[in-house]
Design a protein around this ligand. Structure first.
Ligand SMILES: Cc1cc2nc3c(=O)[nH]c(=O)nc-3n(C[C@H](O)[C@H](O)[C@H](O)COP(=O)(O)OP(=O)(O)OC[C@H]3O[C@@H](n4cnc5c(N)ncnc54)[C@H](O)[C@@H]3O)c2cc1C
Length: 437
């Protein structure tokens, strides 16, 4: 399994997330199944869940058991091989990736450390939230980086809403503070609000009036990277639901009682979530590849690392300039999805010994979900920059939902994605809308 000595080239992709799994699927079908290249996907988890769904996992609106993809089964059906394990090192001279030993939940050793050789390596390792070194953030905040984080948050919300509801004190409140008024923070706040209302309808937990959610944002408006009018739409939609927004508010310290802001204000919070900022995992700076101050791997417009042209990086772990204009691309599923499609074509072209043109991002607009039935979307980039085109409500929600369906189509093909969509509809008609245990 060490270095690749086979007659066909071996392409190793590390990270089977929004970008990596789509890339492995495309390359597996096009090259792996036809034995034109050996495609290997490595991931630290045994199953994939699309990261933009994590706020729905955190509220029980989505059951991971139903929406996750098992890598082993998926690899078998799509012409690539899956290797389960956490990459913790790289030897560029020998062209091998190092995988740490694998242990189960009871700490039993399942696999010794191992090495996997590559001819071409693609790093698609994602990112984590950036707490900017804020004192107390790591100890007193919950995060939303992994399905395990989302599950912990779900259980905490369920437990505390039950406790407040069961206290019999109608003025007692459950305070939830969310740092970050970007899409993640906004979507999470609206989803928690929706969940508490739904639970109340079921006769469980606290009343909606006992819930107080505050989004804490350092910039002067939420969704600060989206057009201003979209921020206004979203602010109004949150206000209608009673969700508070504190803009121009920088967190200076987090304690187990809440957030201390730089402007002297404090926000009491029983549950504290850090959903601001993005950085790559710090260990990426140890690989001998050039990285930026957010630990992201520096790549060219063809996604090749500045240090080694046989190593590519995409998605949140990469700092990639746009092929048109050179602006750094943001850490979104939209970017990871387009980079994966582009790289699948590019690797085929490079294998054939031809040159590739730079990757150019085609923005599809900004879409933010606000609860079960609403989303706000700015589609100016799709319909043309001269028209400020916004959609709200169910229309926007439909467009939002189609993003996930596109990911499913990339991973399963259109037919299976269509069947899964029908299956979801049927399942949701037959089951409670929330996972309450
Ligand atoms: C709650 C939430 C909501 C979001 N909503 C949106 C949205 O609406 N629209 C949008 O465009 N973007 C959204 N995003 C951002 C989007 O999820 C990311 O930009 C996208 O998932 C990045 O894709 P990726 O392939 O780079 O990484 P990821 O999808 O994060 O995948 C990384 C993969 O690498 C694996 N991995 C990590 N480290 C290792 C290691 N050392 N060894 C082996 N495997 C490893 C992980 O297990 C994971 O499978 C949201 C993010 C969050 C958290």
């Amino acid at each position: 399994m060490g270095s690749s000595k086979a007659s066909i080239p071996r392409i190793v992709i590390v990270g089977g997330g929004a970008g990596g799994l789509e890339l492995a699927t495309k390359l597996g079908r096009r090259l792996g199944a036809k034995k034109r290249a050996e495609i290997v996907l490595i991931d630290a988890a045994a199953t994939h869940i699309w990261k933009p769904l994590l706020h729905e996992v955190a509220t029980g609106a989505l059951n991971t058991g139903e929406d996750e993809v098992n890598y082993f089964g998926h690899a078998h059906r799509n012409g690539y091989r899956f290797e389960f394990g956490y990459m913790d090192g790289l030897d560029r001279e020998r062209k091998v990736v190092r995988i740490a030993e694998v242990r189960d939940d009871t700490d039993e050793l399942l696999a010794e450390p191992r090495e996997i050789g590559y001819d071409t390596l693609v790093l698609a390792l994602g990112a984590i939230a950036n707490d900017f070194g804020t004192p107390g953030a790591q100890d007193h905040c919950m995060f939303l980086n992994t399905p395990e984080d989302a599950e912990k948050l779900r259980k905490k919300i369920l437990a505390l809403s039950f406790a407040v509801g069961a206290s019999g004190n109608p003025v007692k409140k459950l305070n939830i503070g969310i740092v970050g008024g970007g899409p993640t923070g906004v979507e999470l706040a609206a989803e928690i609000d929706h969940t508490i209302r739904e639970m109340h309808n079921y006769g469980a937990g606290l009343t909606p009036a006992q819930l107080e959610i505050t989004i804490i944002e350092g910039a002067e408006r939420i969704l600060s990277t989206a057009p201003e009018s979209l921020s206004h739409y979203a602010t109004d939609a949150l206000a209608e639901r009673g969700i508070l927004v504190a803009c121009n508010s920088r967190v200076s310290e987090v304690t187990d009682a809440g957030f201390a802001l730089a402007n002297g204000r404090t926000i009491a919070s029983d549950i504290r979530v850090w959903a601001a900022g993005v950085k790559a995992a710090p260990w990426l700076t140890t690989l001998g590849l050039a990285t930026n101050r957010f630990n992201q791997i520096e790549v060219t417009t063809t996604l090749q690392t500045l240090t080694d042209k046989h190593i590519f990086a995409l998605g949140d772990c990469a700092n990639a300039p746009d092929g048109e204009g050179g602006k750094p691309l943001s850490a979104t599923a939209q970017v990871a999805h387009q980079q994966a499609s582009w790289l699948a074509d590019a690797l085929e072209t490079l294998l054939a010994g031809r040159e590739v043109k730079p990757f150019v991002f085609k923005p599809q607009g900004v879409i933010v979900s606000i609860g079960k039935h609403t989303a706000v979307a700015s589609l100016a980039s799709v319909v043309g920059p001269k028209r400020d085109y916004y959609v709200e409500g169910r229309g926007a929600k439909l467009i939002y939902a189609s993003l996930y369906r596109l990911h499913q189509a990339a991973v399963h093909g259109w037919v299976l994605a269509g069947l899964l969509w029908i299956g979801d509809k049927l399942r949701r008609a037959a089951q409670p809308a929330l996972k309450l245990h």
